[in-house]
Design a protein around this ligand. Structure first.
Ligand code: ADP
Length: 435
């Protein structure tokens, strides 16, 4: 299966979101965590997993510009060496960035590497309330700059005009493909791309307020070396490869190896949705709630959890181990240890719990929380995730090969990595009815 689409994502959950979108639209897809290692060695072809699309997940959204550029280029190099015919640079649908970058500088560097002169920038995702009209990004009914994003701690978005925002991040010209053109479909959009490129524009913000717009934009990007945007605009790309005869119709794009083994949930998210899911689980599943405030010791917390799971693990329903707590308890632990140390303590404890669960035969694991997922994946030595079917919007089951344990080969583990606020109230039950 030759690699068709090579993607670079500027954060972990964004990578999963994109990968899931591609799978839903008929491409098999693997998410790789960080730049594939062999690509860093000069002259050696990296060994990418077999898939129609590979998404390299970086943590470059708020990294220093030079680092974001270097890592994105290294990822691109690996993808191109793997045969990718088109690159996709994925960022957040709220265009999270600052005047320094990193969207403009990374897009510029990728264009230069590809010897290309023009790429679109389209973070629109109407199904999730992100639409672009006259270059202005809306979140629901509000302009980006009045959506709450103006107060983001790392990337405050105070200007909703994306042409202006991107212009501050690049020395290339930024144009706009307006609604009136997008509405006319792929051929008109393509003509406008040509016109803008000939007028010396390097980037074009593209209006989109519906999935039909995103499909038309995707079609118009068929010949582009680089496409940049949110996961929304990626919905139109698989069809280009089918049309070109490169991608067979795949009814099995979301197929994962058979799920076997014991089930568990590890929760470190304190977001409202996760707290609700834990509340629901209390009535239906064995739940252990760790009290990090009473016992601020990662090793002791993990030991308590692993003692508790003894005799409770099951292959038909999960046990739930949660460190999650309501805001006043989180604030109390943070006051005691400091914000950062409190987070690290709980992440360390839960990563050790996950490791212990896998050692006890757990092979179907839901992790609640973005940072928590990062800590767990790192502890388990997971380097890639094959993307399966969605459980709830934005949260697919995935399959990760496991590194050999004590020299013994292990097959792998089914993981569902849930961003804190995602998922319905019965997510922890529902997830295991899906796999
Ligand atoms: P989300 O996706 O909801 O943002 P994350 O896992 O990214 O969830 O972030 C939650 C953070 O809160 C993690 O760093 C986690 O270790 C920390 N945390 C979890 N439980 C507690 C607690 N009881 N007290 C303090 N911090 C906690």
């Amino acid at each position: 299966m030759p690699l068709l689409l090579g993607c670079v994502a500027d954060d972990f959950t964004g990578a999963t979101d994109l990968a899931s979108m591609l799978v839903k639209n008929g491409m098999s897809c693997v998410q790789v965590i960080g730049v594939p290692p062999a690509a860093e060695r000069h002259g050696e072809a990296p060994s990418l997993p077999e898939a129609d699309a590979v998404v390299v997940a970086l943590k470059s959204r708020t990294a220093p510009v030079a680092q974001a550029v270097a890592e994105s280029l290294a990822a691109a190099e690996a993808l191109l060496a793997g045969g990718a015919r088109q690159l996709f640079f994925k960022y957040c649908s709220t265009f999270d960035s600052t005047d320094e970058g990193n969207i403009g500088p990374v897009a510029d560097a990728l264009l230069k590497r590809l010897g290309a002169g023009f790429a679109i920038a389209c973070p629109a995702f109407p199904a999730n309330g992100r639409s672009i009209y006259q270059g202005h990004l809306f979140v629901g009914a509000r302009l980006l700059s009045e959506s709450g994003m103006e107060n983001h701690p790392l990337t405050p978005m105070k200007d909703p005009d994306l042409v202006r925002v991107l212009s501050r991040q690049t020395d290339g010209g930024v144009g706009l493909v307006p609604f009136a053109v997008v509405e006319q479909g792929a051929a008109a959009i393509r003509r406008e791309f040509t016109r803008l490129a000939e007028a010396g524009r390097r980037h074009a913000i593209v209006d989109a307020v519906s999935d039909a717009h995103l499909h038309a934009i995707g079609e118009a990007c068929a010949g582009h070396a680089l496409v940049t945007g949110g996961s929304g605009v990626a919905m139109g790309l698989p069809e280009n490869f089918r049309r070109a005869g490169l991608l067979p119709p795949r009814s099995d794009a979301a197929t994962l190896p058979r799920a076997e083994g014991l089930c568990a949930v590890v929760a470190g998210s304190c977001s409202r949705a996760t707290l609700g899911q834990i509340g629901f689980a209390r009535d239906h599943l064995p739940v252990l709630e760790l009290d990090a405030l009473a016992m601020p010791d990662a090793g002791a917390l993990a030991a308590q959890a692993l003692d508790w799971v003894e005799g409770r693990l099951d292959a038909s329903r999960p046990v739930v181990v949660a460190a999650s707590a309501p805001p006043e308890k989180v604030a109390a632990l943070q006051a005691k240890l400091g914000r950062e140390a409190a987070g690290v303590l709980v992440e360390d404890a839960l990563a050790a719990v996950a490791e212990g669960l896998v050692a006890r035969g757990v092979r179907r694991l839901v992790v609640a929380g973005g940072e928590t997922s990062g800590a767990v994946v790192q502890r388990l030595g997971v380097t890639s995730l094959r993307i399966g079917a969605e459980i709830d919007p934005g949260v697919p089951w995935t399959f990760a090969p496991l590194p050999p344990a004590a020299g013994v080969p292990q097959a792998g583990i089914h993981l569902a990595l849930k961003s804190g606020n995602f998922g319905a109230r019965d997510f922890f039950l529902k997830a295991f009815q899906h796999v």
